[in-house]
Design a protein around this ligand. Structure first.
Ligand SMILES: Nc1ncnc2c1ncn2[C@@H]1O[C@H](COP(=O)(O)OP(=O)(O)OP(=O)(O)O)[C@@H](O)[C@H]1O
Ligand SMILES: O=P(O)(O)OC[C@@]1(O)O[C@H](CO)[C@@H](O)[C@@H]1O
Length: 313
């Protein structure tokens, strides 16, 4: 079972244009769609459609329509009633799949609600193999919120605690890494640069990612899946480093591609597959997500069948 926790969920509204985005002008959209988003929800959606047990723990006000949208999407959920309402994030995808995303911070989470969601995550982790802590933190909680949750889970479940994957950014990611709280982190290249303060040499991107990520793995995080958009992804563990290029696809919307990669990695790990195969699964799921509109979750049937070459670095 894979438990996810999304501290700051989002309703994702995606507007698709039949032309390039022209800032400052009035344009007519081709279509609009809404998906229950937020990084952990996206991971749970992919895991659920792949037939693996999952539960998405979410702070959702009782009168917030977001809860019903998650349920309608078929994502098993543990909704923790809170005072705040879920934000709406906007994506504009142009005719070539170029994606402009505007995220809101959302309302702050009250102290008592933060205590309630922490307790719900701890309880949901009984018997789980992985806990995924994902997305930005809402206002009102400390930058160490994910670290505090990880500690609460490990204190409660001891040797039976799930392994913990974290996909966040900025100060929340820094706390997780400085405190060595994660078994797996999933930064993209920009987040890795922000985290380490080190630049990536564009000429040999995968080798540069390997060098920079080695400053963190395995001492500050047991492993890292660093996604590089259309350039692929690098997996760094104590045992080795592997790089795989992404397949060429027609991009519809890259929103949620990173979450699908993480889900693909975890599904392969859950199935007991080797690191290189986990990386291939991450790449396939990420590429499938990028080829689908909005924040649509890829199913196993959406995955490409072409060879994904993996290189050991
Ligand atoms: N243009 C693309 N072509 C092919 N595959 C892509 C493309 N963009 C993304 N992918 C796939 O998705 C994975 C994750 O993409 P990316 O690094 O952009 O994630 P991210 O920045 O975490 O995204 P998000 O936060 O929106 O989920 C890549 O490793 C790759 O496998
Ligand atoms: O503001 P955060 O929490 O960092 O990111 C939120 C978000 O952009 O992440 C998902 C894509 O990864 C979307 O469903 C959602 O809108």
């Amino acid at each position: 079972m894979i438990v996810t926790f999304t501290a700051n969920p989002a309703l994702d509204r995606t507007i698709t244009l039949g032309a390039a985005l022209r800032p400052g002008e009035v344009q007519t959209a081709d279509s609009v769609r809404e998906d229950a988003g937020g990084k952990g929800v996206n991971v749970s959606r992919v895991v659920a459609v792949a037939g693996v047990e999952t539960i998405a723990v979410l702070p959702v006000a009782v009168d917030d329509p977001y809860g019903a949208i998650v349920a309608a999407a078929g994502v098993p959920m543990r909704a923790v009633p809170v005072a705040r309402h879920v934000r709406t994030n906007l994506t504009i995808a142009d005719h070539e799949g170029v994606t402009t995303k505007i995220n809101l911070s959302g309302e702050p989470l009250a102290d008592a609600d933060a205590v309630a969601v922490t307790a719900a995550v701890v309880e949901a982790c009984e018997g789980a193999r992985w806990l995924v802590l994902a997305g930005s933190l809402p206002g009102g909680v400390a930058d160490s919120f994910y670290v505090d949750i990880a500690e609460a889970v490990r204190t409660r479940w001891g040797g039976d605690a799930p392994r913990i994957a974290v996909d966040t950014s900025g100060p929340a990611l820094r706390e997780v890494v400085e405190r060595g709280a994660a078994d797996l982190i999933k930064p993209n290249d920009e987040e890795l640069v922000e985290l380490t303060g080190l630049a990536l040499d564009e000429g040999a991107l995968a080798d540069a990612v390997h060098r920079v990520a080695r400053r963190i793995v395995p001492v500050r995080a047991a492993s890292a899946l660093v996604t590089l958009g259309g350039a692929g992804a690098v997996l760094v563990t104590a045992e080795g480093t592997w790089f795989a290029e992404a397949p060429r696809i027609k991009v519809a919307s890259t929103v949620g591609a990173g979450d699908s990669s993480l889900a693909g990695y975890l599904l392969a790990e859950h199935a007991g597959l080797a690191p290189a195969v986990r990386l291939q699964s991450a790449i396939r799921y990420g590429a499938a997500a990028a080829s689908l509109p909005g924040t649509q979750a890829p199913t196993p049937a959406d995955l490409g069948t072409g060879d994904i070459a993996v290189r050991s670095l």
